[in-house]
Write a protein that binds this ligand. Sequence first.
Ligand code: NAD
Ligand code: GLY
Length: 372
Amino acid sequence: MPITHEIPVNLTGRSYKVTVGVDLLEQVGAAAAALTGSAGRGVIITDSTVRAIHADAVADSLTRAGCRCDVIEFPTGEEHKNLTTYGGVMDKLLSLDPPIDRKSVIVALGGGVVGDLAGFVAATALRGLPFINVPTTLLADVDAAVGGKTGLNAPAGKNLIGAFHQPGAVIIDAAVLKTLPAGEFGNGLAECVKHGVIRDDSLLDFIEGNIAKIMAADADTLAELIGRNVAIKAAVVSADERESSERAHLNFGHTIGHAVETAAGYGVVSHGQAVAVGMVAAFGIAEARSLIDSAAGRVRKILVALSLPVGFDDLPDLPAEARDPGRLREIMAHDKKTLGGVVRFILPVAPGSVAIFDDVTDEQIKAAIAAL
Ligand code: NAD
Ligand code: GLY
């Protein structure tokens, strides 16, 4: 069970460690016991898909560490990240016998949907329980599991209900990605490219040099990829937990990407595909503003090698509405990150570096979309 990276997230009074490696599920019990004291209690919250594949290993680990273990499952899928599922999970948690107490640890085992929902349960049950994130998708490994954003979707929009609640530990096992469907993999890869663009050009070198191993889900290569990405996310969160400044850099590619995802409708385009074309469009705006010259070509090549789209031609099922610059601009006006009608853009300014711009014109936005 090799640990390859131990990465601190430094937050006054709430610092924690992200442990990355291969075959680490068996370490979850020790982490829970460390948070709760021996003879503690862990409640695994997971979705029905991940429960069937990985929950037994985590439950065994908790039991071996001397913790009582319960499992609460909810149906797989983004459409279940809502108040109804939250209410059902919370009812089950509060009905456990013997009852949970403030030393009980929630173990969020799954992708970003589980992490967000179980994290919000942990944030709100008994006014706050400790929790451990055990992500099982590449997207959750490199993004969702680190940083303490938890929450639910509302009828009015995605992630509109939520709280910041940092985990007490994050344990990332790259080996579990072997069972992840290929379509899910691209969602995490798009976020890896994003991290390279915003903070670390050498991460793009690593990706370029390891495309075949990454696409084959080689566990050691993925552990290195995840470790590098978590180091970036942890540094950003440590500097700006509540997104008052540089945490917004993590939204690179998401402004236009979210609009495409929303306009396309549920399930037509994946989050990773939307972010990939969103990043290409952001590079287009940066070029039009003469912020950068040559970086866009390299990033496009990397996205293509990772089987991610770089334009609308790569997304043949995308409806006309989701390609329409005027419609996408309208959707951006309703994004929760839009303040006072100003659409905020994160744009590349140098290799591994971005800045925030509040003065991107409608013409620049529409031209970049039209060029996709
Ligand atoms: P997901 O949680 O829906 O998982 C994707 C699919 O893969 C599901 O069907 C799941 O059951 C399955 N799965 C998970 N792990 C598996 C494994 N090892 N083997 C086989 N199948 C597996 O989706 P996701 O992409 O991980 O997360 C998306 C969610 O994350 C969104 O709701 C998004 O809002 C949220 N998110 C949160 C943050 C944050 O900072 N909190 C950041 C990014 C995204
Ligand atoms: N995924 C963006 C953030 O964590 O802030």
